[in-house]
Design a protein around this ligand. Sequence first.
Ligand code: DPP
Ligand code: ZN
Length: 849
Amino acid sequence: PQPVFLADYQPPPFLVDTVALTFRLHPGRTQVLSEIRFRPNPAATPGHDLRLDGEGLRLLSASIDGKSLMAQPDATGLTIPAADLPEDGFLWQAEVEIAPEGNTALEGLYMSGGMYCTQCEAEGFRKITYYPDRPDVMARFRVRIESDLPVLLSNGNPVDSGPGWAEWDDPHPKPAYLFALVGGDLVATTDSFTTMDGRNVTLNIWVRHGDEGKTAYAMDALKRSMAWDEQVYGRAYDLDIFNIVAVDDFNMGAMENKGLNIFNSRYVLATPETATDADFASIERIIAHEYFHNWTGNRITCRDWFQLSLKEGLTVFRDQQFMGDMRSHAVKRIEDVLTLRARQFREDAGPLAHPVRPESYVEINNFYTATVYEKGAELIRMLRLLVGEDRYRAALDLYFIRHDGQACTIEDWISVFEEAGGRDLSQFKRWYGQAGTPRIDVTEDWQDGRYTLTLRQHTAPTPGQPLKEPLLIPVALGLMGTDGREILPTQVLELDSPTLRVTFDDLPERPVASVLRGFSAPVILHHKLQSDERALLLAHDTDPFNRFEAGRSLARENLHAMVLQQTTAPDQNFIDALRVLLRDDTLDPAFRALVLRLPEQDDLAASLHEAGHTPDPDMIYDMRRAAQTAIARALEPDLARIAQQMETPGPYDPAARDAGRRALRVQAVTILAHADGGTAAAALFQSAYNMTEQMGAWAALLAIGAGEQEGAEFYRHWAQDRLVLDKWFMAQILHASPDHAVPLTDELSRHARFDWKNPNRFRAVIGALGANPAGFHRSNGTGYQLVADWLLRLDGVNPQAAARNSAVFETWRRLDTNRQSLIRAELQRIAGNPGLSRDMAEMVARMLG
Ligand code: DPP
Ligand code: ZN
């Protein structure tokens, strides 16, 4: 397959004014009738053939202006020669047949648990009917659905309905990727919201019968999202109805179709008994994210798929702001940075590295990545820091006014910041085109009361980009005195060349620099500090992120030393620092829980590699455990006290306050298990009245090789709940010991309930093995082989899901030569498979480099 290049963009030769669709739903033979009004695009050269995208369609009839024609479809669409097209525009009519029942790729129109649903982003609409399936073609859609199913939904406002049919009209022009249709025997939770301009909006969350008791939190999150977008961005909803539908089989988290959001059911359904605090937070975030897309994505969309971050980076940034406002900004920032490092830095450091705006792709579905989403959000956070809060808001106002109803580019986005921000941002724009995580090295000098700080930036080569240019990097800096008081409040330095030197005169003493406060840029910071300086920042920094970061750096340095020198315990001063923190009841429990959590195995592998070592997964596992044990023994009484103290009396409240207490309680019990043999965890499992503590306690037991009886109990109790059963599968594999993880995954993949075609279940089993580094990276290669076998099998039915899961191999080049050759062999085995999908072929080709 040929790659598509950003540089080759051409405006569409034809625009679409209106689309009228009729669906006659049938599992094996759904008929789709289309009437599409085309007109030549004044911005394109005249005389083009009409090219329509279409895949897997059975064309029954087609006509132009009522004259039927014999179109000959090829594998990707059909072409009508220019000579057959009236000059001023024309009506295209077609009838096609599709089979949603057999659509296991979950793209286009498909079936899930007896209901019909759609997923059209990025290029799924072409599996529904012939159409110019590209985001810069925006049209008004009117939809008629014919079916005996009781609930028939599409985009926009309902027009009319009767027995066996319903009609919908969407007044807002939209690209085809935002089209959606649902048909099923569903039940709604209904509420309403009055917008700031007085529009009364009906809100529905549609689920299968039996799940209606699990929608309250999603509805609450939706109403808070709607109010927040009005208050913070001045954006109101623009239809009379907003529908959300939960489906069990879904490739992504959720989809922002205009007026009809479709969600993976795991991001809608929750009760205290079945969902953890993390699940509740994900629901809140994703409900908000999809709702926010109504303005950033739907009203203003992307010109082409290279601009994906225009809507995704911005909408992630907006959902991060929202979550910070709903919960705690400090805790949210720390969690976001942990996610960024775990997923995006990992991507940026390997063969799949690509810019926030890629320059080419073979399959666009492979670019719904942490780089486009999370790094994209970081770029917006930096823009906001560089222009200031007020000008950020002015830039967004300008963006909404100027570009409403348009399909835009990153250039349009940067322009509103240049105008409203009053500064040239051409250097900043490099962030969108340059892949890789910049590294900043900080060195200090102290002489005669003059303190000099030198910052150097460097970005290592990434695939296709051997040379990197210096970026404009905002570095938030503060200076602390050794007595723990702040000498210099936060100021933002702009590092825009390879090196920046700043001096501070007349300081009474050598300060301790707090660099990159709030994680002001997505970079890897190298700043050598003594452990007592880190301890000082951990105890006193006025910036909560850098307080956390100081603790994390201490932990990482200790673990590196243990791995490299094979000592079996961390330094006493690290443990002392943790004790101080644990005992400080003025600190937010959620914050303490985060600092107590040791860096994950993958984080340690990445940072060891970054420091020039070859990470050994087994050694990392052993040393991380040894550190846990040493901490558990040293802090046992404190941890036990915390576990008691952080009890939440109930009834369960998903809000941040109680969630933070539960997080600290579970964290305490998890560490404690390494000293008390799991006594506290087993007790918590038995007494838990919510899934957070039940799951947390069971995981703590699994991690020390116990929890078998609890697992059986858990299964007996929850076997009928799909989403909880995912947790049952996942936890066992995630926490299995290194030599047990592969055989266990193999065993569970034969379990009667391993429904591998369901993307959530596949991730819970095969994906979980990849998330257990010491287990996955068994040096005999059995983990690699097992995963590769399953990827090949899944690729045959769902290429998108298979390709996404294949990224588990992306870190292979940092491993030892034995593991590298084992993985290379598996990647080559996958690549050599004759029927491989375009999705998977691109992924393995990039990984093999
Ligand atoms: N549904 C995905 C998201 O919202 C893709 N647009 O990010
Ligand atoms: Zn999104």
